[in-house]
Design a protein around this ligand. Structure first.
Ligand code: EPU
Length: 416
């Protein structure tokens, strides 16, 4: 079992290039199925979740090939529409294969994704939208049996702006006859990235990034080459690393406009952040200050995925900060581990109160989930002494090489 050893208390200086966005590339890999052709994905992050998506594509009869950071997926040979329970369990977001499989094959059989480390992850909105588009879906023995001899466009209203449901329905709607309008759609930048990919492949979709997305279905898609957006949560993680340890860093390729709520919090805490077309620079020389309450919300609100890393940076601040987690039920599992390092954080329901302490100390801690694991790295950089982090399989789901990137930023990190 690998572990990360981090020597804290070093001022960070350096630069790294931000990887492509995990939450863009996963739906894009599912979308490749719709093209029935070859797609070339440049700047594709090499992650455990991307490997899982590739394994699903291969199990369906597609092929995939890496050349440097370009992943080429050939979906011409797709001849199955069943994803095994074992593959479905590798990654919660595997449900995004449902829409494209239904659209291309008229059928799909997948196991139900179930709960995960963040709490229940229902897909009721995905299923009800697909039913309205004309799919017949039977649930039995933990499996979803879906059939659709033809899908037809319609008006869909999401009860909440779910990212996954918006993506799944956009993908299914590409293969439906006529126009589909998705209202109360999620507005996350990754959805705009998915629209841009689909447009490159010949789809007619408008409105991603707003609450209303319109898909003119039934067009024949073709392959293409696409470069996905930089990962905004990886960017937030490394900004928090500099905020926690003190530092002067540059994140090449990072974009601030998709991260404005996070940079606003870090500026309020005392970081000096400047962005231009080349990337984002962050300087932080003083101990951070506590900030106004941080409430997670769907985009353009504060991202739930950045809650843990920002909390870790503020654990050593002057003053108190209140966090409110409004997206997932169980997203404070990093708190106990931060407290092992000396943090003072009290959780009650969806609220966590962080009373900044002067000093955190290195300890042996365990990642409990992807972003929680990243938060432990952030805290370790600002802690006195050595921190040993286990449970790296969580971190590897979303960070290409945390040790490589933090080392480039001047941290002393070893993976053993
Ligand atoms: N929800 C329902 N019913 C549904 C779908 C969602 O009740 O049919 C609920 C969920 O249980 C949750 C909330 O709606 O409480 C939001 O879920 P959403 O569908 O928006 O999230 P997701 O698509 O499952 C994506 C990201 C997550 C990110 C969330 C919120 C991917 C692959 N995953 O998940 O990323 O936290 O949106 O922004 O895009 C991560 O990268 O660490 C991660 C967890």
């Amino acid at each position: 079992m690998s572990e990360l050893l981090i020597q804290g208390g070093r001022f960070l200086t350096g630069e790294t290039t931000v990887q492509g966005a995990k939450n863009s590339i996963l739906p894009i890999l599912a979308a490749a199925i719709l093209t029935g052709d070859t797609v070339e994905l440049e700047h594709c992050p090499r992650l455990r979740d991307v490997d899982s998506a590739v394994r699903i594509l291969e199990a369906l009869g597609c092929t995939a090939d890496w050349r440097g950071d370009t992943l080429t997926v050939d979906t011409r040979g797709l001849d199955r529409c069943t994803v095994s329970d074992e593959l479905m369990r590798l990654m919660r977001s595997s449900s995004v294969f449902l829409g494209p499989l239904l659209s291309r094959c008229g059928a799909a059989e997948l196991s139900y994704p179930g709960g995960c480390e963040l709490g229940p992850r229902p897909i009721d909105l995905h299923l009800s939208g697909l039913r309205q588009l004309g799919a017949e879906i039977r649930e039995s023995g933990g499996m979803l049996h879906c059939q659709a001899s033809r899908l037809h466009g319609c008006e869909l209203l999401l009860a909440i702006p779910s990212v996954g449901a918006t993506e799944n329905l956009m993908l299914a709607a590409c293969g439906a006859e006529g126009v589909t309008v998705i209202s109360n759609a999620a507005r996350e930048p990754e959805i705009e990235d998915l629209q841009n990919f689909l447009t490159t492949c010949g789809a007619d979709i408008r409105g991603a990034g707003t609450s209303t997305i319109t898909v003119q279905g039934g067009r024949t898609l073709h392959g293409g080459t696409y470069r996905c957006m930089p990962d905004r949560i990886v960017t937030a993680t490394y900004l928090c690393a500099a905020a926690a340890a003190g530092g002067l860093i540059f994140l090449r390729g990072a974009q601030e406009q998709q991260l404005a709520t996070v940079t606003a919090v870090l500026r309020q805490a005392g970081c000096d952040i400047c962005a231009d077309s080349a990337g984002i620079a962050c300087r932080c020389e003083e101990r951070l200050r506590g900030v106004q309450p941080v409430r997670t919300a769907p985009y353009p609100g504060f991202p739930t995925d950045a809650q843990a890393v920002v909390m870790a940076a503020l654990a050593r601040s002057r003053g108190t900060t209140v966090f409110e987690e409004n997206i997932f039920e169980n997203r404070y599992r990093h708190v106990d581990e931060l407290c092992r390092m000396g943090a003072d954080i009290r959780v009650s329901g969806r609220t966590a109160v962080v009373t900044g302490v002067e000093r955190l100390s290195g300890a042996s801690v365990r990642s409990t989930d992807l972003r929680g694991g990243a938060a432990l790295c952030v805290a370790a950089l600002g802690a006195a002494g050595e921190t040993r982090i286990s449970g790296l399989h969580h971190i590897d789901r979303g960070y290409e090489d945390m040790a490589r990137d933090l080392t480039a930023l001047g941290a002393q990190v070893t993976r053993i």
